[in-house]
Design a protein around this ligand. Structure first.
Ligand code: NOJ
Length: 548
């Protein structure tokens, strides 16, 4: 597979870092993130420097040259804080320290310094909705009495029914089973219940408690003072809970799904919390916040990115859309409309560590890869901030046949081994060589096994080929950053045949995608880049093109 290109080659190789790059402040008024390409690093799967089979910050440090070569503007590093790892680090026991599995603060400092020298910003994941059950606050709460200040940091309630043996309400956990766990009181008797929207190892915090707010503000300042450029905020539509914690009307036990009427999320009280957090971020003029906001309604979604709340919010519509021109167009319109009303910037993402990889979603194999190539061109042609999940630039598929004893996602246990969960999209990056673990680790095995069939997908082999997915991404990211045709905040649709879409950016870029099964005439213009080589004046099926 190849691509038609007119493109300058990237100016520096993976190790060419002798000239320091000064971080550019981006568009006037700062706001470097308005059209940035973010690269999501899932640290345990990115690169291992410690030889234990698990990726770490040292591994990231060693591979920063690759990310510079790829041309991304910023990193989003998934949680690396101290954690018992019940949910891949989203169960934090000390939010102001690095887990030894990933390194220490000194390595993080090195990552920050070197990433900045290479012209990349660094954002980190913060987890405000819950802590680990091993966080000192929670262990203190278990030792303390009902109604004590220690319990007031979390959401403890008496149970319902005789002897309080029933959970306080009917909410299920996102990972399966009830969202409540009953504790044994210090006197040895069954006692209160605590809320955990996710795993029992992730007790929800009580954001009505000023101590919780103050502690989170301290955490933000701690990392910002070290030079972090902002945060991805986990479950940014959580935190506030409806008064009285009413039952759900319809109990939705489907795991990892979302619904705007779900009382566990999107309570209006959450906006006051975001306003508080924004005040802290505003002390650091270049810092950005990006919320994980699973909200479909455009008005309610837009509320999260009002000028005094989050800077950006993930919009997952494109990631939830099949490879269908009409649906893609609707998703694009929707995402732009959702933020336009409040003057915010749209965000685009095709995958992350919670979502099946796009190559698989689009049909798998050669067809899935071909469509993923087309979609990455569509994504990078759009106005706003783009988020690429590590491995998507390699066209990695999901791995759906991981051995059962390798599975780590809490969903697997909580579902009684009926749902495999998200490990299939978290398989480590194949870097080089012909056999697993492909340079990911010096250990014999990586924490999740890498399929031997990925020999042709390694970074090394793809960088050598101009027709590879990684070369396509590199060229596209470079063009996006240097060409004036990508200017402008909006886009204008062209009429196009059924199964196709085409739009124009104000700066003059035209992007066309053919999701149908028949070739369609190319729009007029000079081809800048295409997802596969073009032969003549037609755009083949499962292909995207950029023209100017
Ligand atoms: C969203 C994160 O992306 C996911 O990986 C995690 O399991 C939940 N939040 C709980 O923190």
């Amino acid at each position: 597979m190849g691509s038609s290109v007119v493109v300058p080659t990237a100016s520096s190789g993976p190790d060419a870092s002798d000239e320091s790059t000064v971080l550019e402040s981006g568009p006037p008024g700062g706001q470097w993130w308005r059209s940035a390409v973010f690269y999501q690093v899932y640290p345990r799967s990115f690169a291992d420097s410690g030889g234990d089979g698990v990726g770490d910050l040292g591994g990231l440090l060693e591979r920063l040259g690759y990310l510079e070569l790829l041309g991304v503007d910023a990193l989003w590093i998934c949680p690396v804080m101290r954690s018992p790892m019940a949910d891949g680090g989203y169960d934090v026991s000390d939010p102001r320290d690095i887990d030894p599995l990933f390194g220490d603060i000194a390595v993080l400092d090195e990552v920050l310094e070197e990433a900045h020298d290479r012209g990349m910003r660094v954002t980190m994941d913060l987890v405000p909705n819950h802590t680990s059950d091993r966080h000192p606050w929670f262990t203190a709460a278990l030792r303390a009495a009902p109604g004590s200040p220690e319990r007031e940091r979390y959401i403890f309630r008496d149970g319902r029914g005789p002897k309080g043996a029933e959970p306080p309400n009917n909410w299920p956990s996102i990972f399966g089973g009830p969202a409540w766990t009953r504790v044994t009181e210090p006197n040895g008797k069954p006692g209160q219940w605590y809320l955990h929207i996710f795993a029992p190892e992730q007790p929800d915090l009580n954001w009505e408690n000023p101590e919780v707010v103050a502690d989170f503000e301290q955490t933000m300042r701690f990392w910002l003072n070290r030079g972090v450029d902002g945060f991805r905020i986990d479950v940014a539509h959580g935190m506030a809970k409806p008064p009285g914690l009413p039952d759900m009307d319809r109990v939705n036990t489907a795991m990892l799904v979302h619904d705007d009427n779900d009382p566990r999320f999107n309570d209006p009280g959450v906006h006051d919390i975001h306003r508080r957090l924004r005040k802290v971020l505003d002390e650091y003029p270049d810092a950005v916040s990006i919320g994980e906001v699973w909200v479909d309604d455009n008005v309610r979604f837009g509320e999260y990115v009002r000028s005094d709340e989050l800077h950006l919010a993930f919009n997952f519509r494109l990631a939830e859309t099949s490879f269908d021109a009409a649906k893609i167009r609707a998703a694009v319109d929707n995402s732009i409309e959702a933020v336009a009303a409040v003057g915010a910037v749209p965000t685009w993402t095709l995958s992350n560590h919670d979502i099946e990889r796009e190559v698989t979603r689009y049909g798998g194999g050669a067809v899935g890869l071909r469509r993923a190539r087309a979609m990455i061109l569509l994504e990078l042609a759009l106005p706003g901030a783009v988020f690429l999940y590590n491995g998507s630039e390699l066209g990695l598929p999901n791995v759906d046949d991981l051995p059962e004893d390798a599975l780590r996602d809490p969903t697997w246990e909580r579902s009684g081994h009926t749902e495999r969960g998200r490990d299939g999209c978290r398989v480590p990056i194949p870097w080089e060589g012909r056999q697993p673990p492909f340079g990911f680790t010096s250990a014999e095995q990586s924490w999740l096994p890498i399929p031997p069939q990925w020999a042709g997908l390694t970074v090394e082999s793809q960088l050598e080929r101009l027709d590879s997915m990684v070369s396509l991404c590199r060229m596209a990211i470079e063009l996006r950053s240097v060409r004036p045709e990508f200017a402008g905040d909006g886009l204008e649709w062209y009429g196009s045949p059924v199964g196709c879409l085409a739009f124009r950016r104000a700066g003059g870029l035209i992007c066309a995608v053919n999701t149908s099964s028949v070739p369609t005439p190319l729009p007029p213009g000079e081809v800048l880049l295409s997802s596969v080589p073009l032969d003549g004046a037609m755009l083949p099926p499962d292909t995207a093109v950029w023209l100017v």
